[in-house]
Write a protein that binds this ligand. Structure first.
Ligand code: KIV
Ligand code: ZN
Length: 498
């Protein structure tokens, strides 16, 4: 059997069904373009009959995206299929995804029907969809709770009617991995024409089994997986793309191939989370904020010695720059020394011991010790490290009717130089003036302003990261004047360039 596993992304259909996650067409196109960069094989772009907005999104995504197949969902209803075909008219490769419930619950209570009639309706829907497109996927809704023998009859009939892909959804997220795997194996072994179609998994996460069930499906013969970014989807969500792809990539013994460019995973996750206004839980596998963060001393020491001591995935493989070390009361000297080095301070021996003891005192009082706390801790030592660049004066002109302009005076080893520049805003103007003064090619990588409390008269904290010749330098400052704090933080980072 071929080991290529097709990635069918349904973030824009099943994922978008989540209350509060609705996107407009422009946002959907942005997600679809990123999914194309990520390398998915199929994008399920919507359920065209459900609303004019969904119809329009399928039309526009079909125009905007070239490589992936564009899929549109329907019920086993002629009108749905006609509307889906119309929405797909601009797709280079279009697929209609039609289907009907096959579990005793759906047959009796939802459809008020019987097994034979359901097979007839399924076959009729597939044949009708085939009039419009070659590629027709059939879903047996609630297959997870359907009888395997009956499911095999349905699958055989719809393949004979021309279905190219057969989706076996665990709609209610009920199955256990062994059970779901056996269901796929049963179909592989008992449907005579199964080799004429691809079997697909579509697992929901109600019992937290979606990824395990999907992998069980693949190891038993499914060659398409239906997934969403960040595991978004109805109720507890769908199988998350990043988990399945990284599980297959990390376990070389599984030997499955996908077209996914894993380095695009984090970017895609962030885009979807931002546009859909659904924060990713901090400890979410692969894409959570803490997925590559180490907080205990033993782990931190281990990671600093060799990343693989405590990491099975290289963060760079999913587009994360590096693992992070979170400093808490459980952190050791090695982690503190490493972080201080990143911040531009190098301490050894008794000096390091002294800073470490002060760090432990503070860490006992605070949950996490932030970089600015370390700056303060290292402060007494900081003077010794003579940072020779200092902001002397700053004057800005800004407002709704004027071009923002800044005049900055900076002293270098006591000699003062002045520069004036304009920019998009006062901070941009001031940074442009600083860049002209320091005559170094620096690139601003990150810029973060935080208010310490909520009052408008309070201190603002600014963190910056600048890049110079491939190295990152960190700068920090706090000031009641946010523009002054920004320039000071920028100069702080620049002053650390050797
Ligand atoms: O979960 C499900 O059964 C579905 C089908 C409509 C494919 O999303
Ligand atoms: Zn679903």
């Amino acid at each position: 059997m071929d080991n290529k596993v097709y990635i069918f992304d349904t973030t824009l259909r099943d994922g978008e069904q989540v209350p509060g996650c609705q996107l407009n067409t422009i946002e959907k196109i942005e997600v679809a373009r990123q999914l194309e960069k990520l390398g998915v094989d199929v994008i399920e772009a919507g359920f065209p009959i459900s609303s004019p907005g969904d119809f329009n999104s399928v039309v526009e995504i079909s125009k905007a995206v070239t490589n992936p197949t564009i899929c549109a969902l329907t019920r086993a209803v002629k009108k749905d299929i006609e509307v889906a075909a119309d929405a797909l008219k601009f797709a280079k490769r279009g697929r209609i995804h039609t289907g009907i419930g096959t579990s005793p619950y759906h047959i009796k209570y939802k459809l008020n029907s019987n097994e034979d009639e359901i097979i007839e309706r399924a076959v009729e829907a597939v044949k009708y969809a085939k009039r419009f497109v070659e590629d027709v996927e059939f879903y047996a809704e609630d297959a997870g709770r359907s009888d395997n023998e009956y499911l095999a009859r349905v699958v055989e009939a719809v393949i004979a009617a021309g279905a190219t892909v057969i989706n076996i959804p665990d709609t209610t997220g009920y199955c256990l991995p062994k059970e779901y795997g056996e269901k796929i194996a049963y179909l592989v072994n008992n449907v005579p024409n199964v080799d004429k179609a691809i079997l697909s998994t579509h697992c929901h996460n109600d019992l937290g089994m979606a990824t395990a069930n999907t992998l069980a499906g693949v190891t038993n013969g499914a060659r398409q997986v239906e997934v969403t970014i960040n595991g978004l989807g109805e109720r507890a969500g769908n199988t998350s793309l990043e988990e399945v792809v990284m599980a297959m990539k990390s376990h070389h013994d599984l030997d499955y191939q996908t077209e996914i460019d894993t380095k695009q995973i984090m970017k895609t996750s962030r885009l979807v989370s931002t546009l859909m206004r659904m924060p990713v839980q901090a400890n979410k596998a692969i894409v959570g904020r803490n997925a590559f963060a180490h907080s205990s001393g033993i782990h931190q020491d281990g990671v600093l010695k060799n990343r693989e001591n405590y990491e099975i995935i290289d963060p760079a493989d999913v587009g994360v720059k590096e693992s992070s070390i979170v400093l808490t009361a459980r952190s050791g000297r090695a982690a503190l020394k490493h972080r201080l080095h990143v911040l531009g301070y190098d301490f050894e021996g008794p000096e390091l011991d002294e800073v470490y003891n002060r760090f432990l005192d503070l860490a006992d009082k605070k949950k996490d010790v932030a970089d600015e706390d370390l700056e303060a801790l290292a402060g007494t030592e900081k003077e010794k490290q003579d940072r020779s660049i200092k902001l002397e004066t700053l004057q800005v002109i800004s407002g709704s009717t004027t071009i923002p302009t800044a005049t900055v005076a900076v002293s270098f080893n006591g000699d003062v130089f002045t520069e004036t520049a304009s920019g998009n805003g006062p901070i941009d103007a001031a940074f442009t003036a600083v860049k002209a003064l320091v005559k170094r090619k620096v690139h601003l990588e990150e810029f973060l302003i935080q208010a310490i409390t909520r009052g408008s008269d309070d201190l603002g904290k600014v963190h910056v990261q600048v890049e110079h010749k491939g190295q990152i330098y960190y700068g920090f400052s706090a000031n009641v004047d946010i523009i002054t704090a920004s320039v000071e933080a920028f100069l702080d980072a620049i002053s650390k360039i050797g």
